[in-house]
Design a protein around this ligand. Structure first.
Ligand code: 9Z3
Length: 320
């Protein structure tokens, strides 16, 4: 089936997906961030991370969610910063976050100790329990350096509508720095939604019997992003399947359809240790060995290293 025209996707976005009230303000922020870093010769990557939420009612009680912990995005953000990039981190509210991700399974109150001692007066003091948080000093130091250098701009989304509008705003904001911009689209985005015009306002009543849902197809946002909103940027999408047999075929088809630069293909169960980086002319398997796993190597380090080199080559070709 032919791709819908770009202009029709733009129209659909405004008609069927509620526009977040702060989108223009966020766009300004992202644009200033991109220009500031590009002027200092720094490349900028927009990372999307986490799953989108699709409400079933406008006063939402129930919603459909997409699976993603946000670990891929949060982890990659750290490696991009270590490689000299500035990062716009467009992530699902409360999904994993760079640096704090390391402590996501820890109960903060177990990590702290209250010491009451006369020497501290009546109020006592709170100290970090080093047994619970052995790496806190190292991670905190890096987090503070990154914060002080303003290398990380966090932007949150929850719903699919917020994601789509904020991604469009990000693409337009980063288009001002041309090929210095990279898009790393790791968020797990719903393919289905209920248009605003068809959504019931109030909570769906179970007294009306079994629920039948009819969901529309989400417009393929990659198409206008590549053709219209940020045509000079280096764009990477992720392809997620549960059936390994169809993965590479789907990745290749995505590259042919959208004409962007890279698809990172992964299977749900093996995604922490195996991905394939697919371009129109190459295919590279990135695999963690048992030794790597023992040494706590993360596959995102390999993915980011592969992509930053490819981005460098892309920039050189554009200039040359
Ligand atoms: C991915 O494939 C990511 O690698 C994961 C990362 C979501 C699997 P976690 O957040 O997992 O570390 O738990 N993201 C893209 C998923 C997606 O929805 N892709 C669409 C598709 O495959 C294209 S945009 O059709």
């Amino acid at each position: 089936m032919a791709e819908p025209r770009v202009s029709s996707i733009d129209g659909k976005l405004n008609e069927e997906f509620a526009v977040p009230s702060h989108v223009e303000e966020v766009k300004e922020k992202m644009s200033a961030f991109a220009k500031h870093h590009a002027a200092a010769g720094r490349r900028v990557v927009l990372i999307t991370s986490g799953g989108t939420k699709v409400p079933l009612e406008s006063r939402t009680v129930r919603f459909l969610d997409n699976f993603s912990s946000g670990r891929r995005g949060a982890c990659s953000a750290e490696y991009f910063i270590d490689s000299g990039y500035a990062v716009v981190f467009l992530h699902r509210h409360r999904s994993l976050y760079p640096y704090t991700r390391t402590f996501s399974t820890i109960n903060m109150l177990d990590a702290l100790q209250f010491r009451s001692d006369e020497a501290f007066g009546n109020s006592g003091e709170v100290v970090v329990n080093q047994k619970v948080l052995p790496n806190i000093a190292k991670v905190l130091k890096r987090y503070q350096e990154v914060k002080d250098s303003r290398l990380l701009l966090p932007i949150e989304f929850s719903t699919l509508s917020e994601y789509l509008h904020l991604l469009k705003a990000a693409a337009q904001a980063l288009s001002t720095i041309g090929s210095m911009a990279m898009f790393y689209l790791a968020a797990a985005v719903s393919d289905f939604y209920i248009p605003a015009s068809e959504m019931p306002e109030h909570k769906i009543q179970s007294s009306n019997g079994p629920l039948q849902l009819s969901l529309n197809m989400v417009p393929k946002i990659l198409s206008p992003l590549v053709k219209d909103w940020a045509p000079q940027a280096f764009v990477i999408s992720f392809k997620l399947e549960t059936d390994a047999a169809i993965l590479l075929d789907k990745a290749r088809r995505a590259l042919e359809t959208y004409r962007h630069q890279v698809v990172v293909a992964n299977v749900l169960d093996s995604r922490r240790g195996y991905v394939v980086v697919v371009t129109p002319s190459t295919q590279a398997e990135l695999i963690l060995t048992e030794e790597d796993v023992k040494n706590e190597v993360e596959i995102e380090e390999r993915i980011v290293s592969n992509l930053t080199s490819a981005h460098q080559e892309f920039i050189t070709q554009q200039v040359g």
